[in-house]
Design a protein around this ligand. Structure first.
Ligand SMILES: NC(=O)c1ccc[n+]([C@@H]2O[C@H](COP(=O)([O-])OP(=O)(O)OC[C@H]3O[C@@H](n4cnc5c(N)ncnc54)[C@H](O)[C@@H]3O)[C@@H](O)[C@H]2O)c1
Length: 327
């Protein structure tokens, strides 16, 4: 008996990295998996239908059940077809994992309109598009009298939640939007028996992170803290019928799982009536605010040994001066 026996699961971007690990893990736990992936490059260009097919082959070779779908999450009709593939092949859809992403990392002064649009189209609109078609299907099933636990698991990133990174304005904005949409989904879809949660992986060795210093070194044996497999059991917990959680964003780094409390309110100043600019300037001197450079240094200090405002500034200068263009 697996923890996901009989659950039908659609995973977007499941051909590589974290999504592939989730597909293998879920199938091993008894789920029937739709492996979605058009097999594009990191920047979203090209495509390779063999990427999803290879994961399906791996699953079936181990005795599991899976089917490939190579539509893009940016294609409205393609998103509908993914849901149909699950229902037509396996008779239902219980779990949707929105995992697909691309990246085009450039400073704001260099990022083109197209660079911004395509990243947000995959990360944010793609998450909405597939969820929307799943929600329609689930609403119908609920109206027909079915009472079954269903789950959406979105995928966000520290770059968007805790530490938006320089050169990632589109990726960070998309990920922050995914976390916000998780709350909306939990509030709206609960009445159809759908729980909506989000994982935020961190420092997982995939093609997106291989160039970060230290990420490509794999321990010869034993526990690998950078393994892209770390998210799979957390996603499986959120996908399992007995899980009580909804509306949560869980950060995952190796064996650590943390509940996030997004954008909580901090210090406050108050006056009965409207402020003048001078009064507010004076009152704000006593308010504690986060310095984004210090916050990022704190986060990277643990992972990469980068500490202090000056080191972060050097990192940003190197990043932005490396790929700048006029126009
Ligand atoms: N690797 C990390 O450390 C890390 C950190 C934070 C968040 N994440 C998130 O985890 C998720 C997986 O990232 P990864 O590191 O495994 O990346 P990856 O590049 O290894 O895998 C992403 C997959 O998504 C697919 N994809 C791209 N565009 C698509 C589209 N339009 N439709 C369907 N599939 C598409 C790609 O072909 C690729 O196989 C992403 O949502 C990412 O933002 C990863």
């Amino acid at each position: 008996m697996g923890s996901l026996d009989g659950r039908v699961v659609l995973i977007t971007g499941a051909g590589r990295g974290i999504g592939r690990e989730e597909a293998l893990y879920f199938a091993g736990e008894g789920a029937k998996v739709v492996v979605n992936d058009p097999g594009v490059a990191i920047d979203g260009s090209g495509g390779d239908t063999g990427v999803a097919a290879a994961v399906v082959e791996e699953i079936t070779a181990r005795g599991g059940q899976a089917v490939a779908n190579t539509d893009s999450v940016t294609d409205w009709e393609g998103a509908r077809r993914m849901v149909e593939t699950a229902v037509d092949t396996f008779g239902d859809l219980h779990v949707l994992i929105n995992n697909a992403t691309i990246e085009r990392n450039r400073g704001m002064a260099d990022l083109s309109e197209e660079d911004f649009d395509v990243v947000v189209a995959v990360k944010l609109k793609g998450t909405f598009a597939v969820t929307r078609w799943a929600a329609r299907y689930w609403r119908e099933r609920h109206a027909a009298g079915e009472r079954v636990d269903r789950a959406v698991i979105n995928t966000s990133s520290g770059s968007g939640l805790l530490n938006p990174l320089p050169a990632q304005s589109s990726y960070a904005a998309g990920n922050a939007g995914v976390a916000a949409m998780t709350t909306v989904g939990a509030l709206e879809l609960g009445r159809y028996g759908v729980r909506v949660n989000c994982i935020s992986p961190s420092m997982a060795r995939t093609r997106l992170t291989l160039e970060v210093p230290g990420m490509s070194e794999k321990p010869a044996d034993g526990f690998d803290p950078l393994s892209p497999a770390a998210s799979a059991p957390v996603a499986a917990y959120l996908a399992s019928a007995g899980c009580p959680l909804t509306g949560q964003v869980l950060s995952v780094r190796a064996g650590s799982v943390a509940v996030n409390h997004p954008w909580s309110r901090g210090d406050r100043v108050h006056k009965d009536g409207l402020w003048t600019v001078e009064e507010l300037a004076e009152a704000m001197k006593g308010v504690s605010v986060d310095d984004p450079f210090d916050k990022l240094a704190q986060a990277l200090g643990g992972a990469l040994g980068t500490t202090g405002h000056a080191q972060i500034q050097e990192m940003i200068d190197a990043l932005l001066d490396g790929g700048s263009s006029e126009g």
